[in-house]
Design a protein around this ligand. Structure first.
Ligand code: MN
Length: 148
């Protein structure tokens, strides 16, 4: 069974994501701040992490950095979830070590597409993560030439 960790400090958003995921048959585990997210990644070994950017203790950027430092979790798919849809943040996310991006309020269809895309190619993460973002954010051009 596919297990998804939701790391999100807002209880309402957490509940919403949980419902969307459970409806689709995923097992859900939760964390309320960045530190708990790291602990839950270790403890529950999720197949994918939905990671809120704005969280207490450690924000999403710090969490994904820590995760990538650990060889055991270097290839865990991590999807940034954020309310700040400002272009600068979006670019920062796309240039960070995330595998995907969802903006709040999370659209059920966009969520399903991200999960399918990331979980479908789990054993095959050689390709750079910033491909095929079509489907949402229509028309917005992404920062080209994103250096590492
Ligand atoms: Mn938050």
């Amino acid at each position: 069974m596919t297990k998804i960790l939701i790391a999100e400090d807002n209880a309402v958003n957490r509940e919403l994501l949980r419902e969307l995921l459970e409806m689709r048959g995923y097992t859900v585990v939760e964390a309320c701040d960045g530190e708990e997210a790291l602990r839950m990644v270790e403890q529950t070994q999720p197949d994918l992490l939905l990671l809120d950017i704005g969280m207490p203790v450690l924000d999403g950027f710090a969490v994904v950095r820590k995760i990538r430092e650990n060889p055991r979790f270097a290839s865990l798919p991590v999807v940034a979830v954020t309310a700040y849809a400002m272009q600068g943040d979006r670019e920062k996310i796309l240039n960070s070590k995330f595998d995907g991006y969802l903006s709040k309020p999370v659209n059920a269809r966009a969520l399903a597409e991200e999960l399918e895309r990331l979980l479908g190619k789990r054993e095959n993460r050689e390709a750079p993560p910033n491909q095929s973002h079509e489907g949402h954010a229509s028309g917005k051009t992404r920062a080209a030439g994103s250096g590492e």
